[in-house]
Design a protein around this ligand. Structure first.
Ligand code: FAD
Length: 119
């Protein structure tokens, strides 16, 4: 992998953060424990306080407060779709293409891979 810019700009930071979040969701258990649910809720909520891009954080905070994460931590598919929708809100704001929030496609993109995805 190419080393990131120094310091990270919002684009690279965003790309790495979404990659981490979607990858984490794709490895989330189908039947999470109460601790799993609490920890993923804490992870997402912490970004609404700490994410180091002020206006990104403000909009993300508004989105998470309108769409609380906790009910979407009951299984992996719900969590993947929840994060996909949050990411699509930013995509729309930035004029980027939306991703189809289908668990099969999300799993392929972020966990199992698909033919040609290395290129
Ligand atoms: P990214 O948008 O970073 O996407 C990376 C890859 O994820 C894509 O190549 C695609 O394969 C996949 N992908 C795309 N959409 C989805 C989806 N919906 N679900 C699953 N996978 C998907 N930038 C700003 O300028 N303003 C903001 O307000 C802002 N808010 C942000 C809030 C958060 C919480 C985060 C983490 C980032 C935010 N960013 C913001 C950064 C922005 O979302 C992008 O990460 C950045 O612009 C780089 O974009 P990119 O085109 O490299 O791909």
């Amino acid at each position: 992998p190419t080393p990131p810019s120094c310091p990270l700009g919002r684009e690279v930071l965003g790309l790495f953060t979404w990659s981490f979040l979607h990858t984490t969701a794709s490895h989330y258990p189908p039947s999470p424990t109460p601790t799993d649910r609490l920890q993923i809720t804490n992870l997402i909520t912490s970004l609404t306080h700490l994410y180091p891009c002020t206006d990104c954080r403000a909009d993300f905070k508004e989105s998470v407060s309108k769409n609380p994460i906790e009910p979407h931590t009951k299984n992996k598919n719900d969590l993947m779709i929840y994060l996909c929708k949050r990411h699509n809100e930013v995509n729309v704001k930035l004029g980027k293409k939306e991703f189809e929030c289908d668990p099969r496609l999300l799993d392929e993109r972020w966990r199992t891979g698909f033919k040609g995805c290395e290129t």
